[in-house]
Write a protein that binds this ligand. Structure first.
Ligand code: SAH
Length: 389
């Protein structure tokens, strides 16, 4: 139970907490619904609760975990929300309209065609589908050399309440003709680094008394933390979509760009993926950021085919988005085309992820907050160097 994070409590935990306060247990559902179904965190507005009970909730620390500071809209309809936590930490979430169902962003999360058991959103409504990309950490500790968050370093992980609040807040920014279809944990941070908070967030979002999201519409993207992948598989019976940042077909190349590969090399990672209890017809998303001259050669494409053989997967190629903290470049269009062709010819389903939200710095690895953190980190380092000289 997260005693100091009341917004992150599940209904059973609310029940226990309320009983301890001498409140009636059925209030637990009411409180939970206000927050996790209606996205209302202000006890003053929970109109069917008594005034004294609302005051107690306020005393217990129930309040909005995040507030919206800015909304940036890109020409392609992508909206980036800049959110501020109570301690002033800023995170970003990105609303991505799925303009075309073959859109590679959509392929990060399951489509109905992948999963005959999932409730077909298109059948429920004719509203346009939206994918929401949320952050799990303020900065990131993984240090991937091509990623702005990785270069910024980790400030802190988000609490489960802060993770789910991104979803409820973003929903308020959807147009009447839009519907939240898929949720991807692909923003700033490594979701499996703070496994407990991520797992709690998934439990909150999928709880039938709350938003009741289907776990099949949630995808967690990881750099490849093997113990976290194993726990996620066990705790949710493989129902949560898994995306893995592979980015290289061998350890030599992967070591150069993903420091975590030294701890969990490809052999162990691939074994964890093969062991993931995937339901039938579901596939693991393999993310592959193409970097000019590093991992984008035809030979590497062929090696990737060998690495992935036998794994139910779909491949998302992401041409690297440039970041200020790195000398690495975007691949040439010709290399991307060739790479994709080789994978397709070997029978892999392979998409090139189109760049979305670029002019508002909402594209993969570009979240502007991270660039800001890097600047501050550099300033601190310069100050330290100046002091010591
Ligand atoms: N920590 C998670 C989520 C990271 S962001 C993970 O590693 O999967 C989601 C994806 O964007 C990851 O595949 C990440 O490697 C990729 N990415 C990060 N920086 C990028 C950049 N500059 N250009 C293209 N893709 C990038």
């Amino acid at each position: 139970m997260s005693a100091d994070d009341p917004v992150g409590r599940l209904p059973a935990e609310w029940q226990a907490a309320l009983e301890a306060l001498g409140e009636r247990a059925f209030r637990a559902k009411q409180v939970f619904r206000w927050m996790h179904q209606r996205g209302e965190f202000d006890p003053e507005k929970m109109s069917d609760l008594s005034l004294s009970f609302r005051a107690r909730l306020t005393e217990a620390g129930v309040s909005a975990p995040l507030s919206v500071e800015q909304v940036h809209e890109s020409k392609d309809g992508t909206r980036k929300l800049v959110l501020v936590a109570k301690d002033g930490a800023r995170v970003e979430s990105v609303i991505i309209p799925m303009t075309d169902l073959s859109d590679a962003d959509a392929s990060a999360a399951p489509s109905d065609e992948d999963d005959a058991d999932a409730a077909p959103v298109a059948a429920l409504t004719s509203r346009a589908r939206v994918t929401l990309c949320i952050s799990t950490q303020f900065g990131c500790a993984m240090g991937c050399v091509f990623c702005a968050s990785g270069q910024a370093g980790l400030m802190r992980g988000l609490r489960a309440s802060e993770v789910v609040a991104q979803v409820y807040l973003a929903k308020k920014y959807l147009r009447p003709d839009e519907q939240l279809s898929n949720l991807v944990f692909m923003g700033m941070g490594e979701p499996l680094h703070h496994y407990d908070e991520t797992a709690r967030a998934v439990r909150l979002l999928t709880h039938p008394e709350g938003l009741g999201m289907s776990p099949r519409r949630i995808t967690v993207s990881t750099v490849g933390l093997v113990p976290g992948i194993q726990r996620l598989g066990q705790d949710f019976a493989g129902k949560i979509g898994l995306a893995v940042s592979v980015h290289a077909p061998n350890d030599e190349t992967r070591d150069r760009i993903i420091p975590m590969n030294k701890k969990y090399p490809l052999r162990e990672l691939m074994q964890a993926l093969r062991d993931y209890p995937l339901p039938k017809r579901r596939r693991i998303t393999i993310e592959y950021t193409l970097i000019d001259g590093v991992n984008d050669s035809p030979a590497q494409a062929r090696e990737l085919c060998t690495l992935l053989r036998g794994l139910p997967s779909k491949i998302n190629l992401i041409p690297m988005n440039p970041i200020t903290a790195s000398e690495l470049h975007a691949p040439k269009a010709e290399s991307v085309r060739q790479f994709q062709e080789i994978l397709a010819a070997a029978g892999y389903s392979c998409f090139v992820r189109t760049r979305r939200g670029d002019e508002v710095a909402a594209a993969c690895g570009q979240l502007a907050m991270a660039e800001d953190l890097i600047k501050k980190k550099r300033e601190r380092e310069e100050l330290r160097a100046a002091k010591s000289s």
